[in-house]
Write a new protein. Structure first.
Length: 127
């Protein structure tokens, strides 16, 4: 189990305990408690969704791939699981990899690119 999944599960346990605590609190206004419960449940749902993504490896059906021009990683099982950087070209209404049109099919998968690493600020680089 990855550290991120373990951390998410720990957060969920804490949130479940908080939900139980809020339900048992006497003296708070009903509206305030409902607002807090709803916020906790929304956060809990987001964590559950993130765990499912992590456990599934984060790969999604190609039908859900973004068509906004941003690059993502595509996995092509019909070509031995090769992975390529792909983006949607709005002008030509097609998928591109390395400037060439590519066909993506049912069963192909996509994954967002990871965030770039943090770069040291200019002062840190100059010592």
């Amino acid at each position: 189990m990855s550290a991120e999944i373990a951390e998410a599960r720990a957060v969920i346990a804490v949130m479940n305990a908080e939900i139980k605590r809020l339900r048992s609190v006497a003296g708070s206004s009903r509206v305030d408690l409902i607002d807090k419960l709803e916020a906790a449940e929304i956060a809990l749902d987001a964590k559950d969704k993130r765990i499912a993504e992590l456990e599934a490896g984060g790969w999604q059906d190609i039908e859900t791939a973004p068509k906004d021009g941003h690059e993502f990683i595509a996995c092509l099982p019909r070509q031995g699981g090769v992975r390529v950087l792909v983006r949607w070209d709005k002008l030509h209404a097609c998928w591109l990899t390395k400037g060439l049109a590519i066909s993506l099919f049912d069963g192909d998968l996509w994954h967002p690119l990871p965030a770039p690493p943090s770069l040291p600020n200019k002062e840190d680089r100059n010592g």
